[in-house]
Design a protein around this ligand. Structure first.
Ligand code: NAP
Length: 401
């Protein structure tokens, strides 16, 4: 509740009543800000750091025609800076590179002349060095890398799951000094898993999680895994992936207490594998549930929890899928080729729910790793921040819509 009082809407009376549910108050505030935001007549200029990479390209594709954000600056390594984007990037997506963007010159990766909202998609060692520089220069850095995800003062946010964690930015040194901050989204496999688990944790509690992933090659960036290594093969190792899944899942499902997150107290084990799929991470999950319901959990309880999970409904965030968790009825689904684009790539598809002989329940899930698992998630985080007024006043609107 302390967070709610930090927001500028200090006279919002229901928040002062102890019985008022924090989640509903949070939703009301977002609605209020969204209403204010919708009256604006301009778009936020945004920059993409790592614009030529797999995730950077996905940002460009997804932001074409975005109602709130406009790509105004692109940066990448020295290999690319100074070149036109169309020449520097090896465009790998199935839609053409937007003409306006193809003509833009790639800038050096420095905050000077960059817009105040930065979508960052560079590898962790580079992010560790660069993201604080942009935050110190007053930028809202919305990061995809693992560099700061587990830092105690950096929110790891998935809006449907833990939107209230964004308040942690207020305690970052950059925020106090220049207005800048860093917000992160999670590892691409943790993202789909956490979406599917959140309603189960809310209704039943979760005690143990066992997950085996089958991760797409686009998750390794471009050119990624050599074709000789992945064609006709499965690679049972992705560096640091299991550790990231295990720690990030529990932070995302954790509780904000004061200014820090207490991770969910569940046991977790992840096996991560690279498979010859282009896009879409598949995960086989077994879970032991808690006793919040006071009786044993039935299959229909879980199906209802997934179907009714729409925490962002009514907020009008452009990238929020109407149904964040989609149920696939058929025995042989979800499948990457058939299901990865559900909800415009922002929904997680769940299927094959059945009882587990070791833990309580098991199921399969699928999510699009470069949309829900990366660029789309970062855009949704930016929309949440905009709705909360957290991109003001640093950002200056540029173009009339
Ligand atoms: N791919 C996924 O599914 C996924 C999902 C979630 C999170 N992520 C994370 O997102 C980040 C980017 O991943 P990716 O798959 O897009 O990687 P990628 O395809 O390898 O792209 C890396 C980008 O970083 C740029 N870069 C490299 N060195 C740089 C430097 N010194 N200064 C500035 N820019 C530099 C590259 O520019 P040049 O082209 O000029 O070299 C390129 O634009 C990583 O942290 C990754 O872990 C990826």
């Amino acid at each position: 509740m302390a967070f709610l009082y930090q927001l500028p809407v200090r006279t919002y009376a229901p928040m002062r009543q102890p019985a008022f549910c924090a989640a509903r108050a949070f939703t009301a505030i977002i609605l209020l800000y969204t209403g204010v935001f919708r009256t604006m007549k301009s778009k936020y200029p945004i920059g993409i750091l790592g614009a030529t990479g797999m995730v950077g390209q996905r940002f460009i594709q997804l932001l074409e025609n975005h109602p709130w954000f406009e790509v105004a600056w692109l940066a990448a390594s020295d290999r690319s800076s100074g070149k036109k984007f169309g020449e520097a990037a090896n465009w790998r997506l199935g839609t053409p590179v937007p003409e306006r963007v193809a003509r833009m010159t790639v800038s050096a990766a420095e905050p000077k002349d960059a817009p105040k909202i930065i979508f960052a998609s560079v590898d962790a060692p580079i992010a560790r060095e660069m993201e604080p520089k942009f935050a110190a220069a007053g930028c809202a850095v919305i990061s995809n890398s693992s560099a700061f995800r587990m830092a105690a003062n950096v929110p790891l946010v998935l809006p449907e799951v833990n939107a209230d964690h964004v308040q942690m930015i207020e305690n970052q040194p950059w925020r106090k000094e220049s207005g800048g901050f860093i917000v992160t989204n999670s590892n691409c496999s943790a993202m789909g898993l956490v979406l599917a688990l959140k309603p189960m944790e809310e209704r039943f509690g979760i005690e143990e999680i066992f997950v085996t992933t089958m991760q797409a090659v686009s998750g390794a960036g471009y050119p990624g895994v050599a074709s000789m290594d992945i064609f006709d093969n499965v690679v049972p190792y992705i560096a640091s992936e299991e550790e990231k899944m295990e720690t990030e899942t529990l932070k995302l499902l954790g509780r904000l207490e004061g200014n820090t997150v207490t991770p969910l107290a569940a046991k977790m084990s992840a096996h991560c594998n690279r498979v010859p799929v282009v896009d879409g991470h598949t995960e086989c999950v077994s879970i032991k549930l808690g006793n919040k319901l006071g009786r044993s959990v039935r299959r229909e309880d879980i199906l209802a929890a997934w179907a009714e999970f729409r925490p962002l409904a009514g907020l009008d965030l452009p990238f929020a899928p109407e149904q964040p968790i989609e149920w696939a009825e058929q025995n042989d689904r979800p499948q990457p080729r058939l299901d990865r684009n559900r909800g415009n790539g922002m929904a997680v598809t769940v299927g094959r729910l059945r009882s587990c002989g070791v833990l309580d329940w098991k199921f399969t899930l699928l999510s699009h790793n470069t949309i829900r698992g990366a660029a789309g998630a970062a855009i949704l985080n930016a929309e949440l921040l905009a709705s909360l007024g957290k991109l003001e006043p640093a950002a200056v609107a540029i173009s009339q819509v």
